[in-house]
Design a protein around this ligand. Structure first.
Ligand SMILES: Nc1nc2c(ncn2[C@@H]2O[C@H](COP(=O)(O)OP(=O)(O)OP(=O)(O)O)[C@@H](O)[C@H]2O)c(=O)[nH]1
Length: 382
């Protein structure tokens, strides 16, 4: 049982390296090393002054390390310059610990400091380190506030800091530290799993679900549903005229509007194409909602120097404005189209027709018109 925390932290460390995440690995390594040092120098009966000093020193260095590894942006495991920096930080701390323990005459603390500050003991010093943890947690939360691409692990960093603050506040309780460290390992594993799931299922640019999530949603779809395919009109033209970055902002804006869909779910299918799935609804039942979305996109004013969707009013006042439109095709299962993939293809035929009819339109694919539809548009990938 004594090795349980090490086992959990090793597994967590392995998972984080396997996922090319250095940050969680460094957090674990810091906690791991503190465990190793404390259990190696754990007091048997009487706590020596050297042990107290070591404990206090590590209690101050750990929040510093945890904050550092959580705040610096993720570089992956193959960035040589960053790896050298990490090595330098650990070596510097090793040298500091060695110097304090070997070179500093610890008896001075007893003979000089304690008589001057009679109330001072190491318990109070380690309690002061709790403040260090809390401060580190506060700084990390501030940084999280301003972050765009949030990962679950970033939040886990704050929990880890609080847990370690608690563990180290139990002055020299190596057992408490070990158990809390196991929890830290589990929290890191959980956050990495959630992050990996998020990365696999969400579209990074728009923040809505991606094609993998759509395919999984199809598996649980019943017999009655409607699927709509949505495509931005003349998007190549927009990109060529206003630039790819502006095109990305438009994609985000369209995704935000489509994500407000009532009764269905929005996915980025790929490129400038989106899919809306309405479980338990017929194509006719969702027509009104699709028209609402089409109108909302068409009525949305795009500010050309808009750095981001939703930027401030002053900027908007000085911007040139344009607008864009979307075309939509919608279909439901019938005798010829029984699987969600077939229905989606059928809806895509309606979308193609909407483009041919002049764009900014919704076309519902139905039995006969499906046969009349000229051809299926080639699918695009993100
Ligand atoms: N900015 C940006 N553009 C993208 C992205 N994915 C695809 N595109 C662009 O979307 C455009 C799609 O163009 P087309 O398929 O020719 O269609 P279109 O210009 O929208 O014309 P219609 O569909 O016929 O109205 C291409 O220029 C792609 O480069 C993306 O993630 N960001």
């Amino acid at each position: 049982m004594a090795y349980a925390p090490y086992a959990v932290m090793l597994i967590a460390g392995f998972i984080s390296l396997w996922l090319n995440r250095l940050q969680p690995f460094l957090v674990l390594l810091s906690v791991f090393m503190v465990n190793v040092i404390f259990s190696f120098f754990a007091p048997s009966e009487q706590v020596s002054i050297a042990q107290s000093v070591l404990f206090t020193l590590l209690s101050f260095l750990l929040p510093l390390n945890l904050l550092l590894w959580s705040v610096l942006s993720e570089k992956g495991i193959q960035n040589t310059a960053f790896n050298n920096f990490v090595l330098a930080v650990f070596v510097a701390q090793g040298v500091l610990i060695y110097w304090v323990m070997r070179e500093l005459n610890l008896q001075w603390i007893e003979t000089i400091a304690l008589p001057i500050f009679p109330g001072l003991d190491f318990y109070h010093l380690s309690f002061a380190s709790t403040l260090g943890f809390l401060l580190a947690g506060f700084i990390l939360s501030l940084k999280l506030n301003g972050q765009k691409q949030l990962r679950v692990f970033s939040h886990a960093g704050v929990f880890v800091l609080l847990l370690m603050a608690f563990a180290l506040n139990q002055y020299l309780q190596v057992g408490v530290l070990a158990w809390v460290s196991s929890m830290v390992g589990l929290i890191v594993i959980l956050s990495l799993v959630l992050d990996a799931h998020h990365i696999a299922y969400m579209d990074e640019l728009t923040g809505i679900k991606g094609r993998r999530a759509l395919n999984e949603f199809f598996m649980g779809l019943g017999k009655r549903y409607a699927i709509a395919m949505v495509d931005i009109d003349h998007f190549k033209n927009f990109n060529d005229t206003h630039g790819h970055d502006m095109g990305d902002q438009v994609l985000k804006m369209v995704a935000l509007i489509l994500d407000t869909v009532v009764g269905g779910k929005a996915y980025r299918y790929g490129g400038e194409e989106f899919t809306l799935v309405f479980p338990g609804k017929s194509a006719e039942q969702v027509t009104q909602e699709l028209e609402r979305l089409r109108e909302e996109v068409a009525n949305h004013v795009i500010y050309l120097n808009e750095a981001e969707v939703g930027s401030n009013k002053a900027k908007k006042a000085s911007s040139k404005v344009v607008s864009i439109t979307i075309s939509l095709g919608v279909a439901e299962p019938d005798a010829q189209h029984t699987t969600p993939e077939q229905v989606m293809k059928f809806a895509d035929e309606g979308l193609y027709k909407a483009k041919r009819l002049g764009r900014n339109k919704l076309v519902r694919s139905m039995g006969k018109s499906a046969k009349a539809a000229p051809k299926t548009r080639a699918k695009k990938s993100a």
